[in-house]
Write a protein that binds this ligand. Structure first.
Ligand SMILES: O=C(O)CCC(=O)C(=O)O
Ligand SMILES: [Fe+2]
Length: 426
């Protein structure tokens, strides 16, 4: 990040004045297409898409050199099942049944990729139908399951998506990641949703095409049914029943995008979407959070906690550890609780404080593993300080036992605020 982009981004958040980012404003009338890698910089992406929180599609030129586009795909543009079997046939992958709705997602089972591929071939030969239903390989952690050497040049992280704190955090802990492969025949699809923690996502088609339906933040409200539930399938004729969906008349049609082979879709924070595979499709998808959507993640976690608290409200007076239990439930339902969120902020903050502590030139020379440099680190500490200041005053965070945290939340906040003050004019 350069000095000018940092100033632009900081001004953007000052103008928001603590309001949630990405919610308001005029919905765009279409989704922008970015053709030329050579003339589209990181700064261009930050200013035109990341800060305004608008979707866009990158042309296939952006993934031209990826090994997966050469090795996973036949010259006809189909998945190279022979190669995939040889390379990954024994790997156990998660598979969702698109035909079965369980709450707002699909039940998953696990099977070796070999078995999924034989199902896939059968399904296609059967005219896109199978007695086993419509199965979709989803959320395969290929990176987590492969060594760096083995992964080789499968893909190269585009610079636009490189401020990725979720994966930076999980890599630092060496336990998990939010990097996935999706693969499935025509007819497989992902139900209507917004991404985990209100993260951004990017999704690159290695082969095949996807149809995306996008709803800007807030527009999902008009799609709720009379019980307040969001739809599972926005294309279902049930939505036309005005008794069931009384607010539908206030909804706008979604933004529709057909993503071609090789193209990359940027999904902004908090945008609901539904995705359909139109061909035999393989994609690489990552979820990511950074300084731009961190406050949205924190807002989402507060909502999640409130929802848990409402669910178990009746035990509040009879259960001595009720608040603690709510955090435990939240962790098992949402994957993270307030304590872990603090830990996430701490890991990300300390890495930036280290960069800033070394001074701008030293950090730039050494590049300290944070590829986006000193100005990005300075921007990041500003965002971290703003969100941590809110976290430490939250009554439920104040109930968390922080006595063993090192540094403690107040101390980390002080360090971040000092760093903000020291870097304002740099
Ligand atoms: O490709 C899909 O089926 C879903 C992708 C998605 O929801 C995402 O990348 O956020
Ligand atoms: Fe998604």
């Amino acid at each position: 990040m350069d000095r000018d982009t940092r100033a632009f981004a900081e001004q953007h958040f000052r103008d928001l004045g603590g309001q949630l980012y990405g919610g308001g404003g005029q919905a765009p009338s279409g989704v922008a297409f970015i053709k030329e890698p050579a003339t589209f910089s990181y700064a261009d992406f930050v200013k035109a898409f990341l800060l305004p929180n608008r979707p866009c599609v990158f042309s296939s030129a952006f993934t031209e050199n990826w090994g997966s586009r050469r090795r996973w795909v036949t010259p006809e543009g189909k998945p190279d099942f022979e190669y995939l079997l040889k390379k990954y046939g024994d790997v156990v992958v998660p598979v969702a049944n698109c035909g079965v709705q369980e709450y707002n997602s699909n039940p998953k089972e696990h099977m070796p990729l070999r078995e999924y591929i034989s199902y896939w071939l059968e399904y296609v030969q059967g005219g896109c139908s199978s007695p086993r239903g419509c199965l979709y390989l989803k959320d395969w952690h290929l990176c987590r399951d492969s060594s760096a050497e083995d992964l080789g040049d499968v893909f190269t992280l585009p610079v636009y998506f490189s401020s990725d704190w979720l994966n930076e955090f999980w890599d630092a802990l060496d336990v998990d990641d939010y990097r996935f492969v999706y693969a499935g025949p025509p007819g497989t699809w992902s139900p209507f949703h917004a991404d985990i923690f209100r993260s951004f996502s990017w999704s690159a088609n290695i082969c095949g095409r996807k149809k995306w339906l996008f709803f800007p933040p807030g527009q999902e409200e008009a799609l709720r049914d009379c019980h307040g539930s969001l739809p599972y399938d926005v294309t279902s004729p049930k939505l036309l029943d005005t008794r069931l969906h009384p607010m539908l008349q206030h909804s706008s049609p979604p933004l529709e995008v057909t993503q071609e082979a090789g193209e990359v879709v940027f999904v902004p924070s908090g945008w609901h979407h539904q995705v359909h595979n139109l061909d035999d499709t393989i994609s690489i998808n990552h979820n990511w959070v950074n300084g731009c959507n961190l406050a949205n993640m924190w807002h989402f976690l507060q909502q999640e906690l409130r929802a848990v608290q409402q669910e178990v409200h009746e035990w509040r007076d009879s259960m001595p550890d009720w608040h603690h239990h709510c955090q435990v439930i939240m962790r098992s339902c949402s994957g993270i609780n307030f304590e872990e969120f603090y830990h996430f902020l701490k890991v990300i903050a300390e890495r930036r404080l280290l960069v800033l502590g070394q001074g701008s030139e030293a950090a730039q020379e050494e590049n300290i593993g944070l590829g986006l440099g000193f100005q990005q680190a300075a921007f990041d500490v500003g965002r971290l300080a703003e969100v941590l200041a809110s976290v430490v005053t939250h009554p439920d965070f104040q109930r968390v036992d922080t006595s063993t945290f090192s540094p403690g939340p107040e101390e980390l906040l002080r360090q971040l605020q000092d760093a903000v003050a020291a870097t304002t004019t740099l």
